[in-house]
Design a protein around this ligand. Structure first.
Ligand code: BG6
Length: 482
């Protein structure tokens, strides 16, 4: 199966912070891949803007090197044509320098997207200057990255700052998890099949597990991470978005506000989390490297690199079904998976000796994307009616063919959606605020109690207390497998 490429209209994409890591590692490689796929027009322009006084030629050399490293750019003809579309303007977000020149480079009557690939402290001055220099047209969008705030107050402030200059329908807040092919597939699996939806509620589902495990540490991001921790870095956004997609009501249509309204309802229906339903962890030194505290150079750091919690959604569909969420760094394997654990059959006609069996649906988001449904069958052969569980296993790569082995990077989809003007996979301001409103009391509780995260071995499945969190409820985590 080959994906269909729907070309987008000509655009000017302005990347503030164009020399930065995100632009070089993610945004420009994503644009390059879409260019090679023929999705955007040869007239489109990418204008990077940053403080360094590079010439456009120097900048193109830098981009060529990044594309070589991050997009295996080898086809020199395509690379040359792509680089012809790339320009550079030295510009200062905080002063007048460079803004008029940027204005001169923009074309009239086409989509203009301003990508704020900079820290949130610059969002306000950039938004103000884009307006003050009359760079915004009818067809203008702005794109901002996480972290969108540090807590509810700062997120509100950022929303207000952006709202002073742009309408909500011009603001694209990125959570790159929403751009992942398999995360979008969650909606397709749920709402494209008759099979699952009737069972998708507390009457049939015992509990749901959402795991985002990483093997990486925090190298190169120590300062940011020490202030954020796993709760702010992953739980408040990526895991929250997964929870929303798994738990939301079917939207009437696949349209930005219909989808985001339903997600918002889930976040607003989340109960506050009880302190004894949360486990924080911090990785200790192991054979593959130093411990968290050594990494950040703070022997007393109480920042968590792991968090596991039990959440409840108080609504008709989910009352009584717990959601267990966990995420951590330096764990045994990289694995993002959602396990929907169904209840036991109400009565076993096979008697006690057949044991207890329940169905489970695993949706593997990365790596080895696919779906497994655990079903119960008779153990073959003589010896009475003995039951065993077997997996109905579908790997998307196998089912869809080798050309779908490597799903496109999330940024490819998201950047093209910005140009197309489709906000479905972007967070709305009220969604972000609601997520912080749920997260803030958890973090405030840790601070008030002087909570210290539990150490866990690098390369393990996380702190033992996370196992206890499940065990107390008579449940257990599914293994973290690559
Ligand atoms: C980022 C977090 O948003 O997501 C990182 O800041 C994390 O800490 C990353 O490693 C995980 O993304 P992915 O796409 O590798 O699962």
């Amino acid at each position: 199966m080959v994906s269909r490429v729907i070309p987008v209209d000509p655009f000017d994409l302005i990347i503030f912070g164009g020399t930065g890591d995100l632009a070089q590692r993610k945004i420009l490689p994503a644009l390059y891949r879409r260019f090679c796929a023929g999705q955007w027009h040869e007239d489109a322009k990418i204008i990077a803007a940053a403080r360094s006084g590079h010439s456009a030629e120097d900048f193109r050399r830098m981009v060529a090197e990044s594309l070589h490293r991050h997009a295996s750019a080898r086809d020199s003809q395509a690379l040359i044509r792509f680089l012809q579309r790339v320009d550079y303007v030295p510009l200062d977000a905080m002063s007048t320098a460079g803004w008029e020149l940027l204005g001169e480079k923009l074309s009239p009557n086409r989509v203009r997207a301003f990508y704020f690939s900079v820290g949130p402290s610059l969002f306000g001055s950039l938004a103000k200057r884009v307006r003050a220099y009359n760079l915004a047209t009818e067809d203008t969008r702005i794109v901002v990255e996480k972290p969108f705030g540090h807590d509810l107050d700062s997120a509100r402030e950022l929303n207000a700052t952006l709202a002073a200059h742009f309408d909500e329908n011009q603001i694209y807040r990125i959570d790159h998890y929403l751009g992942k092919e398999t995360v979008q597939n969650l909606m397709a699996v749920r709402f494209g099949n008759m099979l699952f939806e009737p069972l998708w509620n507390s009457q049939y589902v015992d509990h749901i597990q959402i795991t985002v495990a990483e093997t990486v540490g925090i190298a190169g991001r120590e300062e940011y991470y020490e202030r954020a921790g796993a709760m702010r870095d992953m739980m408040q956004n990526h895991l929250m978005q997964l929870l929303c997609l798994i738990a939301m009501e079917p939207p009437a249509k696949f349209d930005p506000d219909a989808v985001r309204d339903e997600k918002l309802k889930v976040i607003r229906a989340l109960d506050p989390v009880e302190p004894h339903h949360i486990v924080r962890g911090q990785f200790a030194a192991g054979p593959d490297g130093p411990g968290y505290r050594e990494c950040v150079g703070n022997p007393r750091s109480t920042t968590e690199s792991y968090v596991a919690l039990k959440a409840h959604i108080s609504n008709w569909r989910w009352a009584g079904t717990p959601f267990y969420l966990r995420t951590g760094k330096r764990l045994v394997a990289r694995s993002s998976v959602i396990n929907v654990m169904f209840k036991d059959a109400p009565h076993s006609i096979f008697g006690e000796e057949a044991g207890r069996h329940a169905n489970a649906l695993s949706i593997r988001l990365q790596p080895n994307e696919g779906i497994t449904l655990k079903v119960t069958i008779k153990e073959p052969g003589q010896g009475g009616m003995r039951l065993i569980d077997v997996p109905l296993d579908m790997s998307f790569a196998e089912a869809l063919g080798p050309e779908n082995q490597d799903p496109p990077d999330a940024y490819e989809r998201l950047v093209m959606d910005v140009i197309r003007g489709n906000q479905t996979l972007f967070m709305r301001g009220d969604e972000v605020e609601a997520a912080w409103a749920w997260t803030d009391p958890i973090i405030a509780g840790w601070l008030a109690r002087g909570d210290v995260p539990k150490p866990y071995d690098s390369g393990s499945t996380g702190p033992g207390d996370a196992e206890l969190l499940m065990k107390r409820d008579g449940r257990h985590w599914q293994g973290i497998k690559p």
